[in-house]
Ligand binder design. Structure first.
Ligand code: FES
Length: 106
């Protein structure tokens, strides 16, 4: 596997893009590059991920963790705590989209 993580952010115009997902994607991509991690983490745009009710959505693979990221601060938390630190950011995860995740409340 070439990349350790993929971060797919939906930029579909019907919902996520209206909620600012293009900016979220751009910020994730620029920060990953700035941190020198573009060969380990790939930020991709995606079409509708069928999670429109939770827009704007970003899903991280290979874990399959779904987030609702709405700001640069939140994007930074996902980058530093999850993508680099290995610990998902529970407070930003969409519970309904992560039914098998064992939330600890931390
Ligand atoms: S528009 Fe983003 S998940 Fe459907």
């Amino acid at each position: 596997m070439r990349y350790k993580h993929h971060a797919f952010t939906c930029v579909n115009s019907s919902n996520c893009a209206q909620q600012g997902s293009e900016k979220v994607h751009s910020y994730l991509k620029s920060q990953i590059k700035k941190l020198g991690m573009k060969h380990e983490i790939r930020a991709n745009k995606s079409g509708c991920l069928d999670a429109c009710d939770h827009a704007p959505v970003t899903v991280i693979y290979p874990e399959g963790i779904w987030y609702r990221i709405t700001s640069e601060d939140e994007a930074d938390r996902v980058i530093h705590e999850h993508l680099i630190g290995g610990k998902p950011v529970e407070s930003l995860m969409v519970r309904e989209l992560n039914p098998n995740y064992a939330f600890t409340g931390n």
